[in-house]
Unconditional design. Structure first.
Length: 215
C-alpha cells in the first residue's frame, strides 16, 4: 500500500462518521496509478431531512507527492514506502487534501409548485432559484471564502425545455501542513467534516426559503 497515511485517515473518518446521525449510503476509496492519485467519495442521503436537497457528496483527493510530503513531516514515518523513492521528494508540494462538495437539489420540488410548465417557465424558475440561492449564500457566508459553481443538465419534452441534475458545487482544501501527529490530523479533519455538515444544514434552509420565491 503506497498510501498508509491516507488509509489511516480514511479508516478513522469511516469510524467517526458511523457514530453520527447521518445516512451515509456511499463510502468509496479509488486509486488511479497512472496519475499517482487516490481519493475518497462520501455520499449522504438527505431525503429524510429535506424535500429540496436530495443528496450530499464529498470528494477528497490526494496523491503520492502529498503523501510523501506528510510522511516527512510526521514523526515515526521513516519507513514509509514512498520515502524510499526520490521521485516523490518534491519540496514545492504541500500536504493538503482537495475537497469538492456537491449538493444535489431536487428540481422536481420546484416544478411541482409552478402553476404552468408550458414553454420556458421551468427553465426560468430554475434560473431564478439558483440566483436566489447565490444571493443568500453571499449574505450568509460573508466571513468565508466560499467558491461555488452550478452544474445543470437540460432536457426537453412536449411542453418545452427544463433543467435536470441541478447541483451546487463548492471547492476548498484541508491543509495538513502544521500538524505533527496523526491524532491531530484526525481531529482537524473531523472538525472540517462537521463544518461541511453544518453548511449543508444552512443550504437546506436556504433552498427551502428561496423555492417559494422562484416558483
Amino acid at each position: 500500500m503506497n498510501y498508509p497515511i491516507f488509509s489511516a485517515i480514511v479508516n478513522q473518518m469511516e469510524a467517526r462518521l458511523a457514530r453520527r446521525a447521518i445516512n451515509i449510503d456511499q463510502f468509496r476509496v479509488w486509486n488511479e496509478d497512472k496519475i499517482n492519485a487516490t481519493g475518497l467519495e462520501i455520499g449522504v442521503d438527505l431525503t429524510n431531512r429535506s424535500n429540496h436537497v436530495n443528496r450530499l457528496v464529498i470528494n477528497l483527493d490526494w496523491d503520492k507527492f502529498r503523501e510523501a510530503c506528510l510522511a516527512k513531516q510526521l514523526p515515526g514515518m521513516e519507513k514509509h514506502p514512498l520515502l524510499k523513492d526520490n521521485a516523490y521528494h518534491r519540496d514545492s508540494v504541500s500536504p493538503y487534501i482537495d475537497v469538492e462538495t456537491i449538493w444535489y437539489l431536487d428540481e422536481q420540488s420546484l416544478y411541482e409548485k409552478l402553476k404552468s410548465t408550458i414553454g420556458n417557465r421551468r427553465m426560468e424558475a430554475a434560473r431564478d432559484w439558483m440566483e436566489y440561492i447565490n444571493a443568500e449564500l453571499k449574505r450568509v457566508f460573508t466571513e468565508e471564502s466560499l467558491i461555488t459553481r452550478w452544474h445543470v443538465e437540460i432536457e426537453g419534452d412536449i411542453n418545452g425545455r427544463y433543467v435536470t441534475d441541478m447541483s451546487l458545487i463548492s471547492y476548498s482544501q484541508f491543509n495538513l501542513d502544521s500538524f505533527e501527529s496523526l491524532n491531530d490530523i484526525h481531529a482537524h479533519l473531523e472538525k472540517n467534516i462537521q463544518l461541511l455538515l453544518q453548511r449543508t444544514d444552512v443550504i437546506i434552509k436556504i433552498a427551502m426559503r428561496t423555492l417559494e420565491k422562484a416558483a
